[in-house]
Design a protein around this ligand. Structure first.
Ligand code: BG6
Length: 493
Protein backbone atom coordinates (compact mmCIF):
# COMPACT_ATOMS: atom_id res chain seq x y z
CA UNK A 1 0.00 0.00 0.00
CA UNK A 2 1.49 3.36 -0.90
CA UNK A 3 1.27 6.04 1.71
CA UNK A 4 0.25 9.58 0.89
CA UNK A 5 3.27 11.78 1.52
CA UNK A 6 3.86 15.47 1.52
CA UNK A 7 4.25 16.40 -2.06
CA UNK A 8 6.99 18.96 -2.65
CA UNK A 9 4.85 20.60 -5.30
CA UNK A 10 1.52 20.37 -3.51
CA UNK A 11 0.51 23.73 -4.93
CA UNK A 12 -0.46 24.94 -1.44
CA UNK A 13 0.60 28.44 -0.44
CA UNK A 14 3.41 28.61 2.06
CA UNK A 15 2.14 29.94 5.36
CA UNK A 16 3.21 30.68 8.89
CA UNK A 17 0.46 29.53 11.23
CA UNK A 18 0.84 31.18 14.64
CA UNK A 19 -1.30 29.54 17.33
CA UNK A 20 -2.04 31.49 20.50
CA UNK A 21 -2.67 28.89 23.20
CA UNK A 22 -0.52 26.57 21.10
CA UNK A 23 0.15 24.08 23.91
CA UNK A 24 -3.48 24.08 25.12
CA UNK A 25 -6.15 21.45 24.91
CA UNK A 26 -7.65 22.52 21.56
CA UNK A 27 -4.27 22.67 19.94
CA UNK A 28 -3.15 19.26 21.15
CA UNK A 29 -6.48 17.46 20.64
CA UNK A 30 -7.71 19.01 17.41
CA UNK A 31 -5.45 21.46 15.59
CA UNK A 32 -2.19 19.51 15.52
CA UNK A 33 -3.78 16.18 14.51
CA UNK A 34 -5.71 18.03 11.79
CA UNK A 35 -2.54 19.69 10.54
CA UNK A 36 -0.74 16.35 10.47
CA UNK A 37 -3.50 14.88 8.31
CA UNK A 38 -3.29 17.87 5.98
CA UNK A 39 0.44 17.31 5.76
CA UNK A 40 0.01 13.60 4.96
CA UNK A 41 -2.46 14.45 2.24
CA UNK A 42 -0.06 16.93 0.69
CA UNK A 43 -2.06 20.02 1.55
CA UNK A 44 0.75 21.88 3.34
CA UNK A 45 3.59 23.33 1.35
CA UNK A 46 6.98 22.00 2.48
CA UNK A 47 8.01 25.38 4.01
CA UNK A 48 4.80 25.95 5.97
CA UNK A 49 5.52 26.39 9.68
CA UNK A 50 3.37 26.03 12.79
CA UNK A 51 4.43 28.38 15.57
CA UNK A 52 2.88 27.74 18.97
CA UNK A 53 2.75 30.60 21.45
CA UNK A 54 2.37 30.02 25.18
CA UNK A 55 3.75 31.16 28.48
CA UNK A 56 5.34 27.71 28.84
CA UNK A 57 9.01 28.63 28.43
CA UNK A 58 9.55 25.76 25.97
CA UNK A 59 12.22 25.50 23.31
CA UNK A 60 11.35 24.18 19.85
CA UNK A 61 12.80 20.83 20.89
CA UNK A 62 10.69 20.75 24.10
CA UNK A 63 7.57 21.52 22.14
CA UNK A 64 8.27 18.88 19.50
CA UNK A 65 8.86 16.37 22.30
CA UNK A 66 5.57 17.31 23.93
CA UNK A 67 3.69 16.93 20.65
CA UNK A 68 5.42 13.63 19.99
CA UNK A 69 4.33 12.38 23.41
CA UNK A 70 0.78 13.75 23.42
CA UNK A 71 -0.38 13.83 19.81
CA UNK A 72 1.29 10.81 18.29
CA UNK A 73 -1.42 8.47 19.56
CA UNK A 74 -4.13 10.55 17.94
CA UNK A 75 -2.87 10.09 14.40
CA UNK A 76 -2.03 7.06 12.22
CA UNK A 77 1.32 5.54 13.11
CA UNK A 78 2.14 4.12 9.68
CA UNK A 79 4.47 6.83 8.43
CA UNK A 80 7.24 7.54 10.98
CA UNK A 81 9.29 9.54 8.48
CA UNK A 82 6.29 11.73 7.65
CA UNK A 83 5.63 12.26 11.34
CA UNK A 84 9.24 13.36 11.89
CA UNK A 85 8.98 15.78 8.96
CA UNK A 86 5.80 17.14 10.49
CA UNK A 87 7.50 17.68 13.87
CA UNK A 88 10.17 19.72 12.14
CA UNK A 89 7.57 22.23 11.04
CA UNK A 90 6.79 23.01 14.67
CA UNK A 91 8.21 25.93 16.62
CA UNK A 92 7.48 27.42 20.00
CA UNK A 93 7.76 30.99 21.23
CA UNK A 94 7.23 31.90 24.89
CA UNK A 95 5.19 35.04 25.14
CA UNK A 96 4.22 36.85 28.30
CA UNK A 97 0.68 37.42 27.04
CA UNK A 98 -0.90 40.41 28.73
CA UNK A 99 2.33 41.01 30.67
CA UNK A 100 5.01 43.69 30.50
CA UNK A 101 7.79 41.48 29.15
CA UNK A 102 8.21 42.30 25.44
CA UNK A 103 10.89 39.70 24.72
CA UNK A 104 8.43 37.09 23.46
CA UNK A 105 6.86 39.42 20.91
CA UNK A 106 10.34 40.36 19.80
CA UNK A 107 11.25 36.67 19.39
CA UNK A 108 8.10 36.09 17.35
CA UNK A 109 8.92 39.10 15.16
CA UNK A 110 12.41 37.69 14.56
CA UNK A 111 11.03 34.29 13.58
CA UNK A 112 8.59 35.85 11.14
CA UNK A 113 11.06 38.44 9.78
CA UNK A 114 11.81 38.15 6.11
CA UNK A 115 8.65 36.14 5.43
CA UNK A 116 6.18 38.93 4.70
CA UNK A 117 5.48 37.32 1.33
CA UNK A 118 3.95 34.26 3.03
CA UNK A 119 0.39 33.92 4.15
CA UNK A 120 0.35 34.57 7.86
CA UNK A 121 -2.41 33.10 9.98
CA UNK A 122 -2.89 34.07 13.63
CA UNK A 123 -5.07 31.46 15.29
CA UNK A 124 -6.50 32.70 18.60
CA UNK A 125 -7.29 29.51 20.52
CA UNK A 126 -7.61 31.64 23.65
CA UNK A 127 -10.47 33.17 25.68
CA UNK A 128 -12.49 35.85 23.85
CA UNK A 129 -11.39 38.64 26.22
CA UNK A 130 -7.89 38.22 24.76
CA UNK A 131 -8.92 38.69 21.12
CA UNK A 132 -8.79 42.50 21.07
CA UNK A 133 -5.61 42.82 23.17
CA UNK A 134 -3.77 40.13 21.14
CA UNK A 135 -4.68 41.81 17.86
CA UNK A 136 -3.35 45.11 19.21
CA UNK A 137 -0.12 43.41 20.34
CA UNK A 138 0.33 41.94 16.87
CA UNK A 139 -0.15 45.31 15.27
CA UNK A 140 2.21 47.06 17.69
CA UNK A 141 4.85 44.44 16.99
CA UNK A 142 4.44 45.21 13.25
CA UNK A 143 3.38 41.63 12.49
CA UNK A 144 0.12 42.26 10.62
CA UNK A 145 0.81 42.15 6.89
CA UNK A 146 -1.71 42.49 4.03
CA UNK A 147 -1.52 38.68 3.67
CA UNK A 148 -2.40 38.09 7.33
CA UNK A 149 -5.57 36.44 8.57
CA UNK A 150 -6.88 36.00 12.07
CA UNK A 151 -8.90 33.02 13.27
CA UNK A 152 -11.20 33.44 16.28
CA UNK A 153 -12.39 30.45 18.27
CA UNK A 154 -15.81 30.50 19.87
CA UNK A 155 -17.32 31.73 22.14
CA UNK A 156 -17.45 35.09 20.43
CA UNK A 157 -18.65 37.13 23.39
CA UNK A 158 -21.30 36.24 25.93
CA UNK A 159 -24.06 38.45 24.52
CA UNK A 160 -24.67 40.85 21.63
CA UNK A 161 -22.88 43.77 23.24
CA UNK A 162 -19.72 41.88 24.10
CA UNK A 163 -19.69 40.25 20.65
CA UNK A 164 -19.96 43.70 19.03
CA UNK A 165 -17.12 44.96 21.21
CA UNK A 166 -14.87 42.06 20.19
CA UNK A 167 -15.80 42.51 16.55
CA UNK A 168 -14.98 46.24 16.81
CA UNK A 169 -11.65 45.59 18.48
CA UNK A 170 -10.55 42.93 16.02
CA UNK A 171 -12.05 44.93 13.14
CA UNK A 172 -9.87 47.92 14.08
CA UNK A 173 -6.79 45.89 13.10
CA UNK A 174 -8.02 43.37 10.49
CA UNK A 175 -10.45 43.83 7.58
CA UNK A 176 -13.57 41.66 7.69
CA UNK A 177 -12.19 39.63 4.76
CA UNK A 178 -9.18 38.74 6.94
CA UNK A 179 -11.26 37.55 9.92
CA UNK A 180 -12.20 33.86 10.14
CA UNK A 181 -14.66 33.08 12.95
CA UNK A 182 -14.70 29.35 13.58
CA UNK A 183 -17.73 27.26 14.29
CA UNK A 184 -16.33 23.76 14.06
CA UNK A 185 -19.77 22.30 13.23
CA UNK A 186 -19.46 23.92 9.79
CA UNK A 187 -16.44 21.74 9.10
CA UNK A 188 -18.33 18.50 9.69
CA UNK A 189 -18.78 16.43 6.56
CA UNK A 190 -22.55 16.04 6.85
CA UNK A 191 -23.02 19.76 7.26
CA UNK A 192 -21.32 20.43 3.96
CA UNK A 193 -23.21 17.53 2.48
CA UNK A 194 -26.46 19.14 3.51
CA UNK A 195 -25.78 21.90 0.98
CA UNK A 196 -24.86 19.39 -1.71
CA UNK A 197 -27.91 17.27 -0.92
CA UNK A 198 -30.20 20.28 -1.16
CA UNK A 199 -28.65 22.15 -4.05
CA UNK A 200 -27.11 19.46 -6.28
CA UNK A 201 -30.21 17.23 -6.39
CA UNK A 202 -33.46 18.25 -7.99
CA UNK A 203 -35.92 16.16 -6.01
CA UNK A 204 -35.69 17.78 -2.60
CA UNK A 205 -36.06 21.49 -3.21
CA UNK A 206 -39.71 21.34 -4.45
CA UNK A 207 -40.77 19.66 -1.20
CA UNK A 208 -38.44 21.60 1.12
CA UNK A 209 -41.11 23.92 2.51
CA UNK A 210 -44.16 24.24 4.73
CA UNK A 211 -46.42 22.47 2.21
CA UNK A 212 -44.56 19.20 2.72
CA UNK A 213 -42.60 19.51 5.94
CA UNK A 214 -44.31 19.26 9.30
CA UNK A 215 -41.37 20.26 11.48
CA UNK A 216 -37.61 20.03 11.87
CA UNK A 217 -35.64 18.79 14.90
CA UNK A 218 -32.02 19.69 15.45
CA UNK A 219 -30.35 17.77 18.26
CA UNK A 220 -26.81 17.79 19.66
CA UNK A 221 -26.82 15.31 22.54
CA UNK A 222 -23.69 14.46 24.50
CA UNK A 223 -22.98 11.79 27.09
CA UNK A 224 -20.18 13.78 28.67
CA UNK A 225 -20.75 16.05 31.63
CA UNK A 226 -18.64 19.05 32.51
CA UNK A 227 -15.96 17.72 34.86
CA UNK A 228 -13.24 20.33 35.35
CA UNK A 229 -15.08 22.87 33.19
CA UNK A 230 -17.26 24.59 35.76
CA UNK A 231 -15.26 27.82 35.62
CA UNK A 232 -16.23 28.19 31.96
CA UNK A 233 -19.57 26.46 31.97
CA UNK A 234 -21.15 28.37 34.91
CA UNK A 235 -20.98 31.49 32.76
CA UNK A 236 -21.79 29.83 29.46
CA UNK A 237 -24.55 27.24 29.75
CA UNK A 238 -25.98 25.23 26.89
CA UNK A 239 -27.61 28.22 25.18
CA UNK A 240 -24.37 30.15 24.74
CA UNK A 241 -22.13 27.09 24.41
CA UNK A 242 -24.10 25.19 21.75
CA UNK A 243 -27.24 26.96 20.52
CA UNK A 244 -25.97 30.46 19.69
CA UNK A 245 -23.41 28.94 17.37
CA UNK A 246 -23.59 25.25 16.41
CA UNK A 247 -27.35 24.68 16.45
CA UNK A 248 -28.23 27.99 14.83
CA UNK A 249 -25.67 27.32 12.11
CA UNK A 250 -27.35 23.99 11.39
CA UNK A 251 -30.70 25.73 11.33
CA UNK A 252 -29.54 28.32 8.81
CA UNK A 253 -28.15 25.71 6.44
CA UNK A 254 -31.33 23.68 6.65
CA UNK A 255 -33.60 26.65 6.10
CA UNK A 256 -31.69 28.97 3.76
CA UNK A 257 -32.80 29.78 0.22
CA UNK A 258 -30.74 28.38 -2.66
CA UNK A 259 -27.86 30.80 -3.20
CA UNK A 260 -27.24 32.05 -6.73
CA UNK A 261 -23.60 30.93 -6.68
CA UNK A 262 -21.38 28.66 -4.62
CA UNK A 263 -19.34 31.54 -3.37
CA UNK A 264 -18.20 32.90 -0.08
CA UNK A 265 -20.66 35.74 0.20
CA UNK A 266 -23.70 34.30 -1.59
CA UNK A 267 -24.03 31.44 0.91
CA UNK A 268 -23.43 33.63 3.94
CA UNK A 269 -25.90 36.23 2.66
CA UNK A 270 -28.64 33.59 2.59
CA UNK A 271 -27.74 32.29 6.07
CA UNK A 272 -27.98 35.75 7.59
CA UNK A 273 -31.46 36.19 6.13
CA UNK A 274 -32.62 33.09 8.03
CA UNK A 275 -31.28 34.42 11.32
CA UNK A 276 -32.94 37.75 10.68
CA UNK A 277 -36.24 35.98 10.00
CA UNK A 278 -36.26 34.11 13.32
CA UNK A 279 -39.29 35.10 15.31
CA UNK A 280 -38.06 36.74 18.52
CA UNK A 281 -38.85 34.90 21.75
CA UNK A 282 -39.07 37.24 24.71
CA UNK A 283 -41.01 38.03 27.88
CA UNK A 284 -43.71 35.52 28.76
CA UNK A 285 -43.12 33.57 25.55
CA UNK A 286 -39.76 32.42 26.86
CA UNK A 287 -41.53 30.09 29.28
CA UNK A 288 -43.75 28.69 26.52
CA UNK A 289 -41.13 28.16 23.86
CA UNK A 290 -37.97 27.32 25.78
CA UNK A 291 -36.97 24.72 28.36
CA UNK A 292 -33.82 24.59 30.43
CA UNK A 293 -32.58 21.77 32.57
CA UNK A 294 -29.65 20.77 34.74
CA UNK A 295 -28.54 17.17 35.28
CA UNK A 296 -28.62 15.75 38.77
CA UNK A 297 -26.93 12.67 40.19
CA UNK A 298 -28.20 9.34 38.85
CA UNK A 299 -26.89 5.92 37.89
CA UNK A 300 -23.49 6.52 39.51
CA UNK A 301 -23.01 9.74 37.59
CA UNK A 302 -22.58 12.97 39.54
CA UNK A 303 -24.93 15.89 39.11
CA UNK A 304 -23.66 19.15 37.62
CA UNK A 305 -23.13 20.64 41.07
CA UNK A 306 -21.09 17.62 42.21
CA UNK A 307 -18.76 17.46 39.21
CA UNK A 308 -15.09 17.76 40.15
CA UNK A 309 -14.06 21.41 39.97
CA UNK A 310 -11.40 23.64 41.46
CA UNK A 311 -13.99 25.78 43.26
CA UNK A 312 -17.25 24.90 45.03
CA UNK A 313 -20.54 25.55 43.21
CA UNK A 314 -22.02 29.04 43.47
CA UNK A 315 -25.40 30.61 42.77
CA UNK A 316 -24.33 30.83 39.10
CA UNK A 317 -23.75 27.06 39.11
CA UNK A 318 -27.25 26.41 40.42
CA UNK A 319 -28.79 28.59 37.72
CA UNK A 320 -26.84 27.39 34.72
CA UNK A 321 -28.55 25.14 32.15
CA UNK A 322 -26.82 21.99 30.96
CA UNK A 323 -29.76 21.21 28.69
CA UNK A 324 -32.01 23.38 26.59
CA UNK A 325 -34.81 22.87 24.12
CA UNK A 326 -36.37 25.65 22.06
CA UNK A 327 -39.25 25.89 19.62
CA UNK A 328 -38.11 28.34 16.97
CA UNK A 329 -40.04 29.75 14.02
CA UNK A 330 -38.84 31.33 10.81
CA UNK A 331 -41.02 34.11 9.49
CA UNK A 332 -40.87 33.77 5.73
CA UNK A 333 -42.90 32.23 2.91
CA UNK A 334 -41.04 28.96 2.84
CA UNK A 335 -41.24 28.17 6.54
CA UNK A 336 -44.31 29.91 7.97
CA UNK A 337 -45.96 27.56 10.46
CA UNK A 338 -43.11 24.99 10.53
CA UNK A 339 -41.57 24.68 14.00
CA UNK A 340 -37.82 24.15 14.24
CA UNK A 341 -37.12 22.36 17.52
CA UNK A 342 -33.58 22.79 18.83
CA UNK A 343 -32.23 20.63 21.63
CA UNK A 344 -28.87 20.10 23.24
CA UNK A 345 -27.72 18.64 26.53
CA UNK A 346 -24.88 17.16 28.52
CA UNK A 347 -25.11 13.74 30.17
CA UNK A 348 -27.75 12.43 27.85
CA UNK A 349 -27.98 8.67 27.20
CA UNK A 350 -26.21 8.86 23.82
CA UNK A 351 -23.89 11.03 21.79
CA UNK A 352 -25.76 12.05 18.71
CA UNK A 353 -25.97 15.16 16.55
CA UNK A 354 -28.58 15.17 13.84
CA UNK A 355 -31.06 17.14 11.83
CA UNK A 356 -34.41 15.42 11.44
CA UNK A 357 -36.77 16.70 8.78
CA UNK A 358 -40.21 15.34 9.48
CA UNK A 359 -42.51 15.35 6.45
CA UNK A 360 -46.29 15.65 6.63
CA UNK A 361 -48.52 12.63 6.45
CA UNK A 362 -49.98 11.53 3.11
CA UNK A 363 -53.06 13.64 2.24
CA UNK A 364 -55.33 10.60 2.15
CA UNK A 365 -54.23 7.27 3.53
CA UNK A 366 -55.56 3.98 2.18
CA UNK A 367 -53.39 1.90 4.55
CA UNK A 368 -53.75 1.85 8.30
CA UNK A 369 -50.61 2.16 10.42
CA UNK A 370 -48.47 4.39 8.19
CA UNK A 371 -46.13 6.97 9.61
CA UNK A 372 -44.90 10.10 7.82
CA UNK A 373 -41.54 10.14 6.03
CA UNK A 374 -38.52 11.47 7.76
CA UNK A 375 -35.10 12.52 6.53
CA UNK A 376 -32.32 12.21 9.10
CA UNK A 377 -28.99 13.92 8.51
CA UNK A 378 -26.58 12.46 11.02
CA UNK A 379 -23.48 14.43 11.93
CA UNK A 380 -22.26 11.99 14.56
CA UNK A 381 -21.47 9.39 15.69
CA UNK A 382 -21.45 7.94 12.16
CA UNK A 383 -21.89 10.60 9.51
CA UNK A 384 -24.62 9.78 7.04
CA UNK A 385 -28.14 10.33 5.75
CA UNK A 386 -31.24 8.21 6.26
CA UNK A 387 -34.59 8.51 4.54
CA UNK A 388 -37.32 6.71 6.45
CA UNK A 389 -39.94 5.49 4.00
CA UNK A 390 -42.96 3.25 4.35
CA UNK A 391 -42.71 -0.22 2.86
CA UNK A 392 -44.85 -3.31 2.89
CA UNK A 393 -43.70 -5.89 5.40
CA UNK A 394 -43.29 -9.21 3.54
CA UNK A 395 -46.20 -11.60 3.99
CA UNK A 396 -49.21 -13.00 2.15
CA UNK A 397 -51.75 -11.88 4.71
CA UNK A 398 -53.13 -8.42 5.15
CA UNK A 399 -50.87 -5.58 3.97
CA UNK A 400 -48.81 -4.45 6.92
CA UNK A 401 -46.71 -1.27 6.69
CA UNK A 402 -43.29 -0.85 8.17
CA UNK A 403 -41.05 2.23 8.21
CA UNK A 404 -37.64 1.31 6.79
CA UNK A 405 -34.56 3.50 6.56
CA UNK A 406 -32.72 3.96 3.28
CA UNK A 407 -29.25 4.66 4.62
CA UNK A 408 -26.18 6.31 3.24
CA UNK A 409 -23.14 6.04 5.48
CA UNK A 410 -20.42 8.34 4.16
CA UNK A 411 -17.66 6.19 5.63
CA UNK A 412 -18.95 2.96 4.06
CA UNK A 413 -20.11 4.41 0.75
CA UNK A 414 -16.98 6.32 -0.10
CA UNK A 415 -14.60 3.97 1.71
CA UNK A 416 -12.57 6.97 2.64
CA UNK A 417 -11.54 8.45 5.92
CA UNK A 418 -14.06 11.09 6.94
CA UNK A 419 -11.92 14.10 7.84
CA UNK A 420 -12.32 15.82 11.19
CA UNK A 421 -14.03 19.21 11.11
CA UNK A 422 -10.84 21.09 11.98
CA UNK A 423 -9.01 19.56 9.06
CA UNK A 424 -11.42 21.05 6.58
CA UNK A 425 -11.54 24.38 8.37
CA UNK A 426 -7.76 24.74 8.66
CA UNK A 427 -7.41 23.86 4.99
CA UNK A 428 -9.89 26.62 4.15
CA UNK A 429 -8.16 29.16 6.40
CA UNK A 430 -4.84 28.40 4.76
CA UNK A 431 -6.47 28.69 1.33
CA UNK A 432 -8.18 31.94 2.35
CA UNK A 433 -11.68 30.60 1.75
CA UNK A 434 -14.12 32.03 4.33
CA UNK A 435 -17.36 30.34 3.15
CA UNK A 436 -17.53 28.02 6.15
CA UNK A 437 -16.74 30.76 8.66
CA UNK A 438 -19.15 33.10 10.36
CA UNK A 439 -19.38 36.64 9.15
CA UNK A 440 -19.77 39.47 11.63
CA UNK A 441 -23.42 40.09 10.75
CA UNK A 442 -24.20 36.37 11.21
CA UNK A 443 -22.72 36.20 14.69
CA UNK A 444 -24.49 39.36 15.73
CA UNK A 445 -27.85 38.31 14.27
CA UNK A 446 -27.57 35.05 16.25
CA UNK A 447 -26.88 36.94 19.49
CA UNK A 448 -29.76 39.33 18.75
CA UNK A 449 -32.14 36.34 18.83
CA UNK A 450 -30.49 34.68 21.85
CA UNK A 451 -30.20 37.77 24.07
CA UNK A 452 -33.89 38.15 25.10
CA UNK A 453 -34.04 34.47 26.06
CA UNK A 454 -30.90 34.81 28.14
CA UNK A 455 -32.04 37.93 29.92
CA UNK A 456 -35.44 36.44 30.73
CA UNK A 457 -33.79 33.35 32.19
CA UNK A 458 -31.33 35.47 34.14
CA UNK A 459 -34.02 37.52 35.80
CA UNK A 460 -36.40 34.62 36.39
CA UNK A 461 -36.89 33.28 39.91
CA UNK A 462 -37.09 29.74 38.52
CA UNK A 463 -34.14 27.40 38.38
CA UNK A 464 -33.50 24.98 35.50
CA UNK A 465 -35.61 21.81 35.70
CA UNK A 466 -33.58 18.90 37.09
CA UNK A 467 -33.12 15.78 34.92
CA UNK A 468 -31.35 12.60 36.00
CA UNK A 469 -27.91 12.19 34.43
CA UNK A 470 -28.11 9.69 31.58
CA UNK A 471 -31.65 10.61 30.50
CA UNK A 472 -33.11 12.57 27.58
CA UNK A 473 -33.68 15.81 29.49
CA UNK A 474 -36.38 17.28 31.72
CA UNK A 475 -40.09 16.57 31.26
CA UNK A 476 -40.58 20.10 29.95
CA UNK A 477 -38.60 19.15 26.82
CA UNK A 478 -41.01 16.33 26.03
CA UNK A 479 -44.01 18.54 26.73
CA UNK A 480 -42.65 21.18 24.34
CA UNK A 481 -43.35 18.80 21.45
CA UNK A 482 -46.06 16.77 23.14
CA UNK A 483 -48.36 19.81 23.27
CA UNK A 484 -48.71 19.61 19.49
CA UNK A 485 -48.81 15.82 19.34
CA UNK A 486 -45.17 15.50 18.30
CA UNK A 487 -42.25 13.68 19.89
CA UNK A 488 -38.47 13.80 19.77
CA UNK A 489 -37.00 11.48 17.21
CA UNK A 490 -35.57 8.76 19.48
CA UNK A 491 -38.74 8.30 21.44
CA UNK A 492 -40.43 6.61 18.53
CA UNK A 493 -37.58 4.28 17.62
C1 BG6 B 1 -17.95 22.84 21.83
C2 BG6 B 1 -18.57 23.06 23.19
O1 BG6 B 1 -18.08 23.98 21.04
O2 BG6 B 1 -18.60 21.75 21.18
C3 BG6 B 1 -18.50 21.81 24.03
O3 BG6 B 1 -17.90 24.12 23.86
C4 BG6 B 1 -19.10 20.62 23.27
O4 BG6 B 1 -19.20 21.98 25.27
C5 BG6 B 1 -18.48 20.53 21.87
O5 BG6 B 1 -18.83 19.46 24.02
C6 BG6 B 1 -19.21 19.47 21.05
O6 BG6 B 1 -18.53 19.26 19.84
P1 BG6 B 1 -18.69 17.89 19.05
O7 BG6 B 1 -17.96 18.12 17.77
O8 BG6 B 1 -18.08 16.84 19.92
O9 BG6 B 1 -20.16 17.70 18.87
Amino acid sequence: MSLPTTSPDSGAQTADLVVFGGTGDLSMRKLLPALYHSDRDGRLSPETRVIALSRGGLTDADFRGKVDAEVRDRVPADDPAGWRRFLERLHHVSVDVGGADRNGWQALAELLAGHDDRDRVFYLASPPRTFGPFCRELEQAGLVTPRSRVVLEKPLGHDLLSAQRINDEVGAIFDERQIFRIDHYLGKETVQNLLVLRFANAFLEPIWNSLWIDHVQITAAETVGTPGRRGYYDHAGALRDMVQNHLLQLLTLTAMEPPARNDREAIRDEKVKVLQALRPISGTEVDRFTVRGQYVEAADMPGYLDEPASTPPTEASRRVETFTAIRAEIRNWRWAGVPFYLRTGKRMPYRRSEIVVQFKDVPHSIYPGGTPNRLVLRLQPEEGIELHIMAKAPGAGEVALKPVPMSLSFGKTFRARVPEAYERLLTDVLAGNPTLFMRRDEVEAAWRWIDPILSTWETSADLPEPYPAGTTGPTGAHELLGRSGRAWHEEEL
